[in-house]
Ligand binder design. Structure first.
Ligand SMILES: Cc1cc2nc3c(=O)[nH]c(=O)nc-3n(C[C@H](O)[C@H](O)[C@H](O)COP(=O)(O)OP(=O)(O)OC[C@H]3O[C@@H](n4cnc5c(N)ncnc54)[C@H](O)[C@@H]3O)c2cc1C
Length: 375
Protein backbone atom coordinates (compact mmCIF):
# COMPACT_ATOMS: atom_id res chain seq x y z
CA UNK A 1 0.00 0.00 0.00
CA UNK A 2 1.06 3.59 -0.49
CA UNK A 3 0.26 6.42 1.93
CA UNK A 4 0.53 9.99 0.62
CA UNK A 5 1.45 12.36 3.46
CA UNK A 6 4.00 11.87 6.24
CA UNK A 7 2.27 13.96 8.91
CA UNK A 8 1.28 12.37 12.22
CA UNK A 9 -1.69 10.56 10.65
CA UNK A 10 0.29 9.17 7.72
CA UNK A 11 3.11 8.00 9.98
CA UNK A 12 0.73 6.44 12.53
CA UNK A 13 -0.94 4.42 9.78
CA UNK A 14 2.31 3.49 8.04
CA UNK A 15 3.78 2.19 11.32
CA UNK A 16 0.63 0.20 12.11
CA UNK A 17 0.55 -1.33 8.60
CA UNK A 18 4.24 -2.29 8.64
CA UNK A 19 3.78 -3.98 12.02
CA UNK A 20 1.05 -6.14 10.48
CA UNK A 21 3.47 -7.18 7.76
CA UNK A 22 1.90 -5.10 4.98
CA UNK A 23 4.20 -3.91 2.24
CA UNK A 24 4.02 -0.16 3.05
CA UNK A 25 5.37 2.97 1.33
CA UNK A 26 4.99 6.50 2.72
CA UNK A 27 5.40 9.43 0.34
CA UNK A 28 5.84 13.12 1.16
CA UNK A 29 7.67 16.00 -0.57
CA UNK A 30 9.67 16.44 2.66
CA UNK A 31 9.29 13.20 4.63
CA UNK A 32 11.98 14.10 7.19
CA UNK A 33 10.87 17.68 7.83
CA UNK A 34 10.13 18.18 11.54
CA UNK A 35 6.46 18.65 12.43
CA UNK A 36 6.22 22.29 13.48
CA UNK A 37 2.91 22.39 15.35
CA UNK A 38 2.68 22.08 19.13
CA UNK A 39 0.24 19.23 19.62
CA UNK A 40 -1.82 18.64 22.72
CA UNK A 41 -4.35 15.93 23.55
CA UNK A 42 -6.24 14.39 26.44
CA UNK A 43 -4.30 11.47 27.95
CA UNK A 44 -7.44 9.31 28.08
CA UNK A 45 -7.79 9.66 24.28
CA UNK A 46 -4.40 8.04 23.67
CA UNK A 47 -3.86 5.42 26.37
CA UNK A 48 -1.11 3.65 24.39
CA UNK A 49 1.02 6.76 23.89
CA UNK A 50 4.61 5.90 24.88
CA UNK A 51 6.30 8.14 27.47
CA UNK A 52 8.90 9.09 24.84
CA UNK A 53 6.14 10.83 22.84
CA UNK A 54 5.23 13.15 25.72
CA UNK A 55 7.02 16.50 26.07
CA UNK A 56 5.09 17.60 29.14
CA UNK A 57 2.32 16.28 31.40
CA UNK A 58 1.13 19.37 33.28
CA UNK A 59 0.10 18.73 36.89
CA UNK A 60 -3.30 20.39 36.43
CA UNK A 61 -5.69 21.40 33.69
CA UNK A 62 -7.42 24.72 34.18
CA UNK A 63 -10.38 26.22 32.34
CA UNK A 64 -11.73 29.69 33.02
CA UNK A 65 -15.11 30.60 31.55
CA UNK A 66 -16.95 32.99 33.87
CA UNK A 67 -15.45 31.20 36.85
CA UNK A 68 -12.47 28.89 37.25
CA UNK A 69 -12.55 25.09 36.89
CA UNK A 70 -9.82 22.55 37.53
CA UNK A 71 -10.68 19.78 35.06
CA UNK A 72 -9.93 16.32 36.47
CA UNK A 73 -8.45 15.17 33.16
CA UNK A 74 -4.77 14.89 32.24
CA UNK A 75 -3.73 16.98 29.24
CA UNK A 76 -0.49 16.09 27.45
CA UNK A 77 1.90 18.03 25.24
CA UNK A 78 3.38 15.91 22.47
CA UNK A 79 7.09 15.49 21.79
CA UNK A 80 6.89 15.46 17.99
CA UNK A 81 10.19 13.65 17.42
CA UNK A 82 9.31 11.10 20.07
CA UNK A 83 5.93 10.52 18.45
CA UNK A 84 7.44 10.03 15.02
CA UNK A 85 10.06 7.66 16.44
CA UNK A 86 7.29 5.64 18.03
CA UNK A 87 5.79 4.96 14.58
CA UNK A 88 9.05 4.60 12.69
CA UNK A 89 9.66 1.14 11.32
CA UNK A 90 12.45 0.25 8.92
CA UNK A 91 10.00 -1.88 6.93
CA UNK A 92 8.26 1.35 5.79
CA UNK A 93 9.67 2.48 2.45
CA UNK A 94 9.95 6.27 2.69
CA UNK A 95 9.60 7.99 -0.70
CA UNK A 96 10.49 11.64 -1.25
CA UNK A 97 7.97 13.12 -3.68
CA UNK A 98 4.61 14.78 -4.09
CA UNK A 99 1.83 12.48 -5.20
CA UNK A 100 -0.01 14.17 -8.06
CA UNK A 101 -2.59 11.64 -9.16
CA UNK A 102 -3.76 8.10 -8.98
CA UNK A 103 -4.72 6.11 -12.06
CA UNK A 104 -6.89 3.04 -11.46
CA UNK A 105 -7.21 0.35 -14.09
CA UNK A 106 -7.93 -3.33 -14.53
CA UNK A 107 -4.41 -4.29 -13.49
CA UNK A 108 -4.39 -2.21 -10.29
CA UNK A 109 -3.58 1.31 -9.21
CA UNK A 110 -0.68 3.48 -10.31
CA UNK A 111 0.44 6.45 -8.22
CA UNK A 112 1.95 9.28 -10.27
CA UNK A 113 4.40 11.68 -8.63
CA UNK A 114 5.32 15.19 -9.72
CA UNK A 115 8.18 14.71 -12.13
CA UNK A 116 6.47 11.67 -13.63
CA UNK A 117 7.73 8.86 -11.41
CA UNK A 118 5.18 6.03 -11.11
CA UNK A 119 4.58 3.39 -8.44
CA UNK A 120 2.11 0.52 -8.40
CA UNK A 121 0.02 0.10 -5.24
CA UNK A 122 -2.87 -2.11 -4.20
CA UNK A 123 -4.33 0.27 -1.62
CA UNK A 124 -3.72 4.05 -1.79
CA UNK A 125 -4.26 6.27 1.26
CA UNK A 126 -4.58 10.05 1.14
CA UNK A 127 -3.18 11.50 4.38
CA UNK A 128 -2.17 14.81 2.81
CA UNK A 129 -3.93 17.02 5.39
CA UNK A 130 -6.31 19.86 4.57
CA UNK A 131 -4.92 20.08 1.00
CA UNK A 132 -6.66 16.71 0.31
CA UNK A 133 -4.31 16.09 -2.62
CA UNK A 134 -6.11 12.96 -3.86
CA UNK A 135 -9.55 13.61 -2.38
CA UNK A 136 -10.91 16.56 -4.31
CA UNK A 137 -8.41 19.24 -3.26
CA UNK A 138 -8.90 22.03 -0.71
CA UNK A 139 -12.51 22.78 0.25
CA UNK A 140 -14.27 24.83 -2.43
CA UNK A 141 -16.44 26.80 -0.01
CA UNK A 142 -15.28 28.98 2.88
CA UNK A 143 -14.66 26.66 5.79
CA UNK A 144 -15.23 27.44 9.44
CA UNK A 145 -11.78 27.65 10.97
CA UNK A 146 -9.97 27.71 14.26
CA UNK A 147 -7.13 30.22 14.19
CA UNK A 148 -4.55 31.04 16.82
CA UNK A 149 -1.29 32.89 17.24
CA UNK A 150 1.08 31.66 19.91
CA UNK A 151 4.37 32.89 21.34
CA UNK A 152 6.80 30.89 23.47
CA UNK A 153 7.61 32.65 26.75
CA UNK A 154 9.88 31.93 29.67
CA UNK A 155 7.95 30.55 32.65
CA UNK A 156 8.53 33.73 34.66
CA UNK A 157 6.84 35.84 31.95
CA UNK A 158 4.06 33.32 31.35
CA UNK A 159 3.21 33.41 35.06
CA UNK A 160 2.13 37.00 34.66
CA UNK A 161 -0.79 35.62 32.60
CA UNK A 162 -1.25 32.06 33.88
CA UNK A 163 -0.98 31.03 37.53
CA UNK A 164 1.71 28.33 38.02
CA UNK A 165 2.27 28.37 34.24
CA UNK A 166 5.12 25.83 34.34
CA UNK A 167 2.77 23.13 35.63
CA UNK A 168 -0.61 24.17 34.23
CA UNK A 169 -2.35 23.38 30.96
CA UNK A 170 -4.64 26.37 30.53
CA UNK A 171 -7.27 24.84 28.28
CA UNK A 172 -9.25 28.07 27.91
CA UNK A 173 -9.41 31.45 29.59
CA UNK A 174 -12.39 33.42 28.27
CA UNK A 175 -11.90 36.51 30.41
CA UNK A 176 -11.54 39.73 28.42
CA UNK A 177 -13.06 38.33 25.19
CA UNK A 178 -14.38 41.60 23.63
CA UNK A 179 -14.25 42.93 20.93
CA UNK A 180 -13.64 39.51 19.32
CA UNK A 181 -14.56 36.25 21.07
CA UNK A 182 -11.05 34.86 21.58
CA UNK A 183 -9.52 33.00 24.51
CA UNK A 184 -6.10 32.37 25.99
CA UNK A 185 -4.57 28.87 25.76
CA UNK A 186 -1.26 28.02 27.40
CA UNK A 187 0.88 24.90 27.56
CA UNK A 188 4.13 24.21 29.39
CA UNK A 189 6.60 22.81 26.87
CA UNK A 190 9.24 21.63 29.34
CA UNK A 191 12.64 23.24 29.73
CA UNK A 192 11.21 26.35 31.39
CA UNK A 193 9.19 27.41 28.35
CA UNK A 194 5.45 27.98 27.93
CA UNK A 195 3.45 28.41 24.72
CA UNK A 196 0.82 31.12 25.15
CA UNK A 197 -1.80 31.40 22.40
CA UNK A 198 -4.61 33.77 21.52
CA UNK A 199 -7.26 31.53 19.95
CA UNK A 200 -10.41 32.05 17.96
CA UNK A 201 -12.31 28.81 18.51
CA UNK A 202 -14.51 28.80 15.41
CA UNK A 203 -15.28 31.46 12.85
CA UNK A 204 -16.24 31.51 9.17
CA UNK A 205 -13.96 32.82 7.69
CA UNK A 206 -11.24 32.40 10.34
CA UNK A 207 -10.29 35.46 12.39
CA UNK A 208 -7.20 37.14 10.91
CA UNK A 209 -3.86 36.10 12.38
CA UNK A 210 -2.94 39.80 12.51
CA UNK A 211 -5.94 40.48 14.78
CA UNK A 212 -4.96 37.59 17.05
CA UNK A 213 -1.32 38.71 17.15
CA UNK A 214 -2.38 42.24 18.10
CA UNK A 215 -4.62 40.91 20.88
CA UNK A 216 -1.82 38.76 22.25
CA UNK A 217 0.57 41.70 22.08
CA UNK A 218 -1.93 43.82 24.01
CA UNK A 219 -2.20 41.09 26.67
CA UNK A 220 1.58 40.96 26.94
CA UNK A 221 1.80 44.76 27.23
CA UNK A 222 -0.90 44.77 29.92
CA UNK A 223 1.06 42.17 31.89
CA UNK A 224 4.42 43.91 31.43
CA UNK A 225 5.84 41.19 29.15
CA UNK A 226 8.32 42.79 26.76
CA UNK A 227 9.29 40.04 24.33
CA UNK A 228 8.85 36.39 23.51
CA UNK A 229 10.50 33.67 21.47
CA UNK A 230 9.26 31.44 18.66
CA UNK A 231 5.85 32.26 17.16
CA UNK A 232 3.29 29.67 16.07
CA UNK A 233 0.31 30.21 13.78
CA UNK A 234 -2.61 27.80 13.88
CA UNK A 235 -5.14 27.30 11.10
CA UNK A 236 -7.49 24.34 11.41
CA UNK A 237 -10.41 23.96 8.97
CA UNK A 238 -13.25 22.59 11.10
CA UNK A 239 -15.81 21.43 8.57
CA UNK A 240 -13.92 19.83 5.72
CA UNK A 241 -16.26 17.42 3.93
CA UNK A 242 -15.91 13.72 4.63
CA UNK A 243 -14.62 12.39 1.26
CA UNK A 244 -17.15 10.38 -0.72
CA UNK A 245 -16.55 6.76 -1.58
CA UNK A 246 -13.75 6.31 -4.06
CA UNK A 247 -10.92 3.86 -4.59
CA UNK A 248 -8.68 6.00 -2.37
CA UNK A 249 -8.79 5.68 1.42
CA UNK A 250 -8.63 9.06 3.19
CA UNK A 251 -6.96 9.31 6.59
CA UNK A 252 -6.27 11.99 9.23
CA UNK A 253 -7.46 15.52 8.50
CA UNK A 254 -8.17 14.49 4.88
CA UNK A 255 -10.70 11.94 6.12
CA UNK A 256 -12.67 14.58 8.03
CA UNK A 257 -11.34 13.35 11.39
CA UNK A 258 -11.18 16.89 12.81
CA UNK A 259 -13.73 17.35 15.61
CA UNK A 260 -15.87 20.17 14.15
CA UNK A 261 -16.43 21.88 17.49
CA UNK A 262 -12.95 21.56 19.02
CA UNK A 263 -10.46 21.31 16.13
CA UNK A 264 -8.73 18.22 17.54
CA UNK A 265 -7.85 15.30 15.28
CA UNK A 266 -4.50 13.93 16.37
CA UNK A 267 -5.73 11.54 19.07
CA UNK A 268 -8.46 10.24 16.73
CA UNK A 269 -5.90 9.47 14.03
CA UNK A 270 -3.63 7.70 16.52
CA UNK A 271 -6.50 5.59 17.82
CA UNK A 272 -7.85 4.71 14.38
CA UNK A 273 -4.53 3.85 12.72
CA UNK A 274 -4.28 0.26 14.05
CA UNK A 275 -7.98 -0.36 13.29
CA UNK A 276 -7.64 0.85 9.70
CA UNK A 277 -4.41 -1.13 9.25
CA UNK A 278 -6.14 -4.29 10.48
CA UNK A 279 -9.13 -3.69 8.19
CA UNK A 280 -6.75 -3.43 5.23
CA UNK A 281 -4.79 -6.54 6.24
CA UNK A 282 -7.97 -8.59 6.68
CA UNK A 283 -9.59 -7.20 3.52
CA UNK A 284 -6.61 -7.93 1.28
CA UNK A 285 -7.55 -11.62 1.17
CA UNK A 286 -10.46 -10.50 -1.08
CA UNK A 287 -8.29 -8.09 -3.08
CA UNK A 288 -7.23 -4.41 -2.90
CA UNK A 289 -10.66 -2.96 -3.57
CA UNK A 290 -12.22 -4.99 -0.72
CA UNK A 291 -9.34 -3.86 1.53
CA UNK A 292 -9.99 -0.19 0.68
CA UNK A 293 -13.71 -0.64 1.38
CA UNK A 294 -12.97 -2.29 4.73
CA UNK A 295 -10.65 0.60 5.67
CA UNK A 296 -13.33 3.15 4.85
CA UNK A 297 -15.89 1.28 6.94
CA UNK A 298 -13.43 1.16 9.87
CA UNK A 299 -13.14 4.96 9.64
CA UNK A 300 -16.74 5.98 9.21
CA UNK A 301 -19.27 3.56 10.64
CA UNK A 302 -22.91 4.69 11.14
CA UNK A 303 -22.32 5.73 14.78
CA UNK A 304 -19.28 7.85 13.95
CA UNK A 305 -21.26 9.54 11.17
CA UNK A 306 -24.20 10.26 13.47
CA UNK A 307 -21.90 11.70 16.16
CA UNK A 308 -20.17 13.82 13.50
CA UNK A 309 -23.55 15.28 12.52
CA UNK A 310 -24.26 16.23 16.15
CA UNK A 311 -20.78 17.73 16.55
CA UNK A 312 -21.39 19.85 13.44
CA UNK A 313 -24.56 21.14 15.11
CA UNK A 314 -22.32 22.05 18.03
CA UNK A 315 -20.04 23.94 15.65
CA UNK A 316 -22.98 25.82 14.15
CA UNK A 317 -24.11 26.86 17.63
CA UNK A 318 -20.60 28.12 18.49
CA UNK A 319 -20.26 30.05 15.23
CA UNK A 320 -23.10 32.40 16.03
CA UNK A 321 -22.26 33.09 19.67
CA UNK A 322 -21.35 36.57 20.85
CA UNK A 323 -18.49 37.63 23.16
CA UNK A 324 -20.76 37.29 26.19
CA UNK A 325 -22.49 34.06 25.13
CA UNK A 326 -19.32 32.02 24.61
CA UNK A 327 -18.02 32.31 28.21
CA UNK A 328 -21.57 31.66 29.44
CA UNK A 329 -21.76 28.53 27.27
CA UNK A 330 -18.42 27.19 28.50
CA UNK A 331 -19.40 27.98 32.10
CA UNK A 332 -22.21 25.45 31.61
CA UNK A 333 -19.93 22.98 29.82
CA UNK A 334 -17.16 22.91 32.44
CA UNK A 335 -19.72 22.64 35.25
CA UNK A 336 -20.82 19.27 33.79
CA UNK A 337 -19.37 16.08 35.28
CA UNK A 338 -16.12 15.19 33.51
CA UNK A 339 -17.60 12.08 31.87
CA UNK A 340 -20.24 14.30 30.20
CA UNK A 341 -17.47 16.61 28.95
CA UNK A 342 -15.44 13.64 27.72
CA UNK A 343 -18.41 12.20 25.83
CA UNK A 344 -18.67 15.39 23.75
CA UNK A 345 -14.95 16.05 23.20
CA UNK A 346 -13.76 12.48 22.73
CA UNK A 347 -16.61 10.00 22.26
CA UNK A 348 -16.28 9.58 18.50
CA UNK A 349 -18.78 6.71 18.44
CA UNK A 350 -20.63 7.59 21.64
CA UNK A 351 -23.92 8.72 20.15
CA UNK A 352 -25.88 8.54 23.39
CA UNK A 353 -23.17 10.30 25.41
CA UNK A 354 -22.82 13.11 22.85
CA UNK A 355 -26.59 13.62 22.63
CA UNK A 356 -27.03 13.57 26.43
CA UNK A 357 -24.26 16.16 26.92
CA UNK A 358 -25.77 18.47 24.31
CA UNK A 359 -29.25 18.05 25.79
CA UNK A 360 -27.89 18.75 29.28
CA UNK A 361 -26.26 22.00 28.14
CA UNK A 362 -29.52 23.01 26.51
CA UNK A 363 -31.51 22.17 29.65
CA UNK A 364 -29.19 24.26 31.83
CA UNK A 365 -29.01 27.23 29.44
CA UNK A 366 -30.62 30.50 30.47
CA UNK A 367 -33.29 31.97 28.16
CA UNK A 368 -31.16 34.05 25.74
CA UNK A 369 -28.54 31.33 25.21
CA UNK A 370 -31.28 28.73 24.84
CA UNK A 371 -32.95 30.82 22.13
CA UNK A 372 -29.62 31.00 20.32
CA UNK A 373 -29.17 27.21 20.55
CA UNK A 374 -32.67 26.67 19.13
CA UNK A 375 -31.89 29.01 16.21
C1 LIG B 1 -0.01 25.03 14.69
C2 LIG B 1 -1.03 23.93 14.78
C3 LIG B 1 -1.33 23.36 16.01
C4 LIG B 1 -2.23 22.29 16.09
N1 LIG B 1 -2.49 21.76 17.32
C5 LIG B 1 -3.27 20.65 17.39
C6 LIG B 1 -3.45 20.00 18.65
O1 LIG B 1 -2.97 20.47 19.69
N2 LIG B 1 -4.19 18.87 18.69
C7 LIG B 1 -4.76 18.34 17.56
O2 LIG B 1 -5.41 17.29 17.65
N3 LIG B 1 -4.64 18.98 16.37
C8 LIG B 1 -3.90 20.10 16.25
N4 LIG B 1 -3.74 20.73 15.05
C9 LIG B 1 -4.46 20.24 13.88
C10 LIG B 1 -3.50 19.50 12.98
O3 LIG B 1 -3.72 19.84 11.66
C11 LIG B 1 -3.60 18.03 13.04
O4 LIG B 1 -3.76 17.57 14.32
C12 LIG B 1 -2.42 17.25 12.43
O5 LIG B 1 -1.32 17.95 11.96
C13 LIG B 1 -3.04 16.55 11.28
O6 LIG B 1 -2.21 15.53 10.90
P1 LIG B 1 -2.34 14.94 9.45
O7 LIG B 1 -1.22 13.96 9.37
O8 LIG B 1 -3.73 14.50 9.18
O9 LIG B 1 -2.07 16.16 8.44
P2 LIG B 1 -0.81 17.10 8.32
O10 LIG B 1 -0.10 17.24 9.60
O11 LIG B 1 -1.29 18.33 7.64
O12 LIG B 1 0.17 16.29 7.32
C14 LIG B 1 -0.07 16.19 5.94
C15 LIG B 1 1.22 15.77 5.26
O13 LIG B 1 0.92 15.51 3.88
C16 LIG B 1 1.96 16.01 3.07
N5 LIG B 1 1.43 16.22 1.72
C17 LIG B 1 0.64 17.23 1.29
N6 LIG B 1 0.36 17.06 -0.03
C18 LIG B 1 0.97 15.92 -0.42
C19 LIG B 1 1.05 15.21 -1.66
N7 LIG B 1 0.44 15.65 -2.77
N8 LIG B 1 1.78 14.08 -1.73
C20 LIG B 1 2.42 13.60 -0.60
N9 LIG B 1 2.38 14.24 0.60
C21 LIG B 1 1.66 15.37 0.68
C22 LIG B 1 2.41 17.28 3.79
O14 LIG B 1 3.74 17.62 3.41
C23 LIG B 1 2.30 16.85 5.24
O15 LIG B 1 3.51 16.29 5.70
C24 LIG B 1 -2.87 21.80 14.93
C25 LIG B 1 -2.59 22.40 13.70
C26 LIG B 1 -1.68 23.44 13.62
C27 LIG B 1 -1.40 24.06 12.28
Amino acid sequence: MLIAGAGPAGWALAGACARLGLDTALADPAPDAPWQATYGLWADEAPDLPASAVAAAPARTLAIAVSEYVIPRQYLVIDNNGLRDAFADNRVEVVTGQVDQVVSGKLGTTVVFDGGRRMAAGVVVDASGAGRALSGGPAKRTTAEQHAVGVVLDVADAERLVPDAGHTALFMDWRRPAPDPTFLYALPLGGGRVLVEETSLARRPGLGHDVLAARLKARFAGAGIRSGGRTERVRIPLDLPVPRNSAIVPFGVTAGLVHPATGYSLAGSLRLAPLVAKAVADGLAQGPSAASGAARRALWGPRARAVHTLRKRGLNALLGMSCSELPEFFELFFALPVERQRAFTSGREDLTGTAVTMAEIFRRSPGKLRKHLIR
